[in-house]
Design a protein around this ligand. Structure first.
Ligand SMILES: [Zn+2]
Length: 503
């Protein structure tokens, strides 16, 4: 058996005005052929899980290509075409192949294609032919479109948030895909559409109702009632016509798959109002930090400007409030600000000068701020994530500088990465545990690491392309009949889509 492996990973934020070009992918990594295995084979990622499952089965894995980028604005369409050209030619050159296993984020749009994931799977199906098995792993925040269902046999999503099961998800998808090829009976995959979006900072799988829902699905699986399930909370800043949350259920018995997809979908929908985080104003959080005598840092979660959610990451809203209040809190913050980083390099370490910080990308949302800053240090921007999520991952934030404004340490860089990881500060000489206030621009990924450091973590009501108050955003394409754009009280989950029958 021959299985081709490909990966295209980017999470799009429709409200970010800056398209993600090829340089976003070059920064995070583009690999082809055996270089895919050499780079990802031993990492805790979906491709490694897929490779492991294929190797265990005795089939031949043909690593094709991998293109991975951090979250951002919609992908420049030519980048997706570039990926498809590579993928198609690998499938054709090795044809006929028995399967193509695809690692996707799943909430991706391009500058001309709203449903990039469906577009990719359709093209791969075209190259691989109708009898090949297409097995896909995705993020928990994917948008599972009808077009994806039409062209894939198996789709599996992460079950953890903060995400920690990339490898296990790749392994699950590949195992199920391989079983389609070796078992006589192909399992059936069913999607239940759940018309809701909720902010990613409103839930986690570490505790609370969403964690309990996942545990419930796992119990169904353990007891043999269902072969596999995925519960998707679509990333809510994706403004597309076929956007929705979803539940996927996979089983040999299509009726069972259908009834559990509907049941899990209804349970998810019924929890929607519990997924709203309590937001404090920025000033409230600052006051809590000023009163805090615990010796532990206060974490202000600025999810709205999280580049993990595709926002522009150039907000200095918290710095503005600290300065306006004359606060002396020892504070750490990271800001995407290439011009400020360039200016720091031009001046050199030890110089004090006027700087414009913030608003370098989305000034209408995040107005810039004039400050006098001391250039504390300059860096190449390479650091290793501490984890637990993504431990060991090398991140590159580009030439970067620490600017000191009073007691505020501002890390200015090309593009933050690993925002939920304390290494983003620690690697550049800013020790988070010694701060009184740490601004974390992440949605949920920070919880795994920062909750070990402090329990004083507060979601703040901040501006940004990933605003937590979803009704404040200018949705144009998402169906109006989506919670919370409509209340949908009393709604029953009923829309079912079956995956292709194939083979
Ligand atoms: Zn995600």
């Amino acid at each position: 058996m021959k299985i081709v492996l490909v990966e295209f990973h980017q999470e799009s934020n429709s409200f970010n005005p800056l398209p993600s070009g090829i340089e976003f992918f070059e920064r995070s990594g583009m690999y082809e052929g055996e270089a895919v295995r050499a780079f990802y084979g031993d990492k805790p990622c979906a491709l490694a899980g897929m490779l492991r499952a294929i190797d265990e089965s005795g089939a031949t894995a043909i690593p094709g290509c991998s293109m991975f980028a951090s979250s951002g604005g919609p992908v420049e369409h030519g980048v997706a075409e570039h990926f498809l050209e590579k993928s198609r030619s690998i499938v054709m050159a090795n044809g006929p192949v028995d399967g193509v296993f695809v690692s996707l984020h799943g909430a991706t749009q391009t500058t001309s294609e709203e449903d990039c994931s469906g577009y990719i799977l359709e093209a791969i199906r075209g190259a691989a032919g109708p009898s090949a098995i297409i097995a896909v792993s995705t993020d928990l925040h994917a948008n599972i479109t009808d077009r994806m269902m039409e062209h894939a046999d198996i789709i599996c999503g992460y079950r953890t948030y903060p995400h920690q099961d990339h490898y296990e998800t790749g392994y699950r998808a590949a195992k199920l895909g391989l079983a389609c090829l070796t078992d006589g009976v192909k399992p059936r995959m069913v999607k239940a559409k759940v018309p809701m979006i909720v902010p990613a900072s409103g839930y986690s799988t570490m505790s609370g109702p969403f964690a309990e829902l996942i545990r419930y699905g796992e119990a169904l699986e353990r007891s043999g009632k269902l072969a596999d399930f995925s519960i998707y909370q679509m990333q809510p800043w994706l403004d597309v016509g076929d956007g929705a949350s979803a539940v996927l259920a996979i089983d040999r018995d299509p009726k069972r798959a259908e009834s559990y997809a509907l049941e899990l979908g209804q349970r998810l929908f019924d929890l929607r109002k519990s997924f709203r985080p309590d937001l404090l104003s920025v000033d409230d959080v600052i006051e809590r930090a000023e009163r805090n005598r615990s010796g532990k840092p206060v974490v202000l979660v600025d999810a709205a400007d999280s580049s993990n959610a595709g926002a522009t990451g150039d907000s200095v809203a918290v710095v503005r409030r600290l300065l306006a209040r004359g606060s002396t809190l020892r504070t750490a913050i990271a800001v995407n600000d290439s011009p400020a980083a360039d200016r720091a390099f031009a001046l050199g370490v030890g110089r004090t000068a006027d700087f414009t910080v913030g608003g370098s990308r989305y000034p209408e949302m995040n107005p810039p701020l004039q400050v006098e800053a001391y250039v504390k240090s300059l860096h190449d921007g390479v650091f290793v994530q501490e984890g637990p999520a993504g431990r060991g991952t090398v991140q590159r934030i580009g030439p970067s500088a620490v600017l000191q404004v009073g007691n505020i340490s501002i890390l200015v860089c090309r593009q933050t990465a690993g925002n939920g990881d304390p290494g983003l500060f620690r690697a550049f000489g800013i020790e988070p545990t010694l701060q009184e206030l740490v601004v974390v621009k992440a949605c949920g990924s920070y919880k795994a690491a920062y909750s070990r450091m402090t329990e004083l973590i507060y979601d703040a009501d901040t501006p940004g392309a990933a605003a937590v108050d979803l009704r404040s955003l200018p949705f144009r394409r998402l169906p109006k009949e989506t919670y919370p754009l409509s209340e949908l009280d009393g709604y029953r989950v009923h829309e079912i889509v079956h995956a292709r029958r194939g083979r």
